[in-house]
Design a protein around this ligand. Structure first.
Ligand code: NAP
Ligand code: HSE
Length: 428
């Protein structure tokens, strides 16, 4: 008789219920694949009486997730509550102290406290697994830590927030303004409780920081991610980018450069015919570049009950099989502090502005760029009727700092009717 793996699940929302369903409906498949039964012994959520559409009567109930985490009949604490502090952190720490392995989908918790939690887990000979925390159903952490373990990773990039990708592609396809599509995404339940986590790039930044750590063997450094959200992207930018042959994506890029670790999550232009450019709706994509493998592209659903529960179950099955991998792929105590690159690699930029339509205005913009050492690749002034002239410039490769200096100089001349929109054009 093989020993069952006993789960204690804290959080019975979208993801938690998905996990309960898989454990109940696929018991035989899971036992066949792992060589032992995978069972739930206890669960916890805020409200015991809520109808969650699954039968929970077979499991012990705990009001307090910390008590659940410490139960003797729990081998793996499955944290699916969310939040970077409070119950999720307290219960995860309690589980580790009580000698339990942990599986979580919580990117915020790990992006902010991953190092201390990993060190505590490894000191106790426990594992923390978090496949579901990055890019939902895509097995990207497994790819990095296992399938690509023979590579020096050069760059990891991708679209890791489905809500932002939904908003940007819906704007493009339906020709709708940001505000209207944001309201639509809200009505569809796509937005986090705090929408700024999505549209401000924070959720995707958490995910990028976690991937960076695994890819480059560095301590998670969320505060080293240069963050910019999609709130300023207008339908005009979507149209202009399309005319130039690009799509706008909230793109995360992490790479080791001679200056240090560069991590950025920002709206970028990518070629419309590239895999990233063609990514639609809530789908995620992660591109991994390694010295031996060259490039691997992973694409799949970034959120939702089934895809996220699928990733949680992958981690649980690995633990059931006895596979024990350090939280970030190498022992936490060996992770190095990431030296931040401080500035980002040069790139061409898209610069859209509204100029006051008066003599010499365009010359002042061109002078500001020239004095910052920025060369213009393409430029267009569109037909207009009012007193403001829409001007679009594509620069040759430049440093972002130089562009910011040029924009400040343009503002000082008084020819800009509003702050320009500057977007990096990424080679993917
Ligand atoms: P959710 O639907 O809001 O569910 C959260 C669950 O946690 C609820 O059952 C809630 O109880 C319970 N909970 C919250 N605070 C609690 C506390 N203090 N004590 C006990 N239970 C508590 O969230 P979710 O969408 O399933 O997300 C769970 C985690 O997965 C988060 O870390 C999220 O970032 C991550 N994730 C989600 C997705 C997705 O597609 N949803 C994708 C990737 C990662 P009640 O039900 O009683 O209120
Ligand atoms: N808010 C996240 C997204 C959920 O839109 O991708 C999955 O992490």
């Amino acid at each position: 008789m093989t020993t069952p793996l006993r789960l204690g699940i804290a959080g019975l929302g979208t993801v938690g219920v998905g996990v309960v369903k898989i454990v109940r409906q696929k018991a035989n498949l899971l036992a066949a694949r792992t060589g032992r039964p995978v069972v739930i012994t206890a669960v916890s959520a805020r409200s015991k009486d809520k109808d969650r559409g699954v039968n929970l009567n077979d499991y012990a109930w705990e009001d307090d997730p910390v008590a659940l985490a410490k139960r003797d009949d729990v081998d793996v604490f499955v944290e699916l509550m969310g939040g970077h502090d409070g119950a999720a952190k307290d219960a995860t720490e309690a589980a580790i102290a009580a000698g339990k392995d942990v599986v979580t989908a919580n990117k915020a918790l790990l992006a902010l406290h991953g190092q201390e939690l990993a060190e505590a887990a490894e000191a106790n000979d426990r594992v923390i697994r978090f496949e579901a925390a990055v890019a939902g159903g895509i097995p990207v952490i497994k790819s990095l830590t296992e399938g690509l373990a023979g590579n020096e990773i050069q760059r990891v990039m991708g679209v890791m927030n489905g809500t932002c990708n939904y908003i940007l592609t819906r704007m493009q396809d339906a020709g709708l303004p940001y505000e209207e599509v944001f309201a639509e995404a809200d009505a569809l339940g796509y937005l986090e409780a705090d929408p700024n986590l999505d549209v401000g790039g924070i959720d995707a930044g958490h995910k990028l920081a976690l991937l960076s750590s695994i890819a480059f063997g560095t301590k998670v450094a969320f505060d080293g991610v240069e963050l910019e959200g999609i709130q300023r992207i207008s339908i005009e930018d979507i149209h202009q980018a399309a005319e130039l042959g690009f799509r706008i994506k909230l793109l995360g890029v992490a790479q080791l450069t001679g200056r240090g670790l560069e991590q950025r999550m920002s709206p970028c232009l990518v070629p419309a015919d590239s895999p990233l450019g063609q990514l639609k709706g809530g789908t995620n994509m992660v591109v991994i570049e390694g010295d031996a493998v060259e490039q691997v592209v992973l694409r799949g659903p970034g959120a939702g009950e089934g895809p996220t529960a699928s990733a949680v179950m992958g981690d649980i099955c690995d633990i059931a099989r006895g596979l024990r991998i350090s939280t970030f792929g190498v022992p936490a105590e060996t992770l190095e502090v990431a030296k931040s690159a401080h500035s980002i690699s040069p790139a061409p930029y898209y610069l859209r502005m509204e100029l006051l339509d008066r003599p010499g205005a365009l010359a002042k913009v061109a002078t500001a760029l020239g004095e910052s050492g920025i060369s213009i690749d393409r430029m267009r002034q569109s037909q207009h009727e009012g007193s403001e002239a829409p001007v679009l410039i594509v620069t040759h490769k430049t440093q972002r700092d130089a562009l910011d200096t040029a924009i400040d100089a343009m503002k000082a001349t008084g020819v800009l009717a509003q702050d320009p929109v500057a977007l990096r054009i990424e080679s993917v």
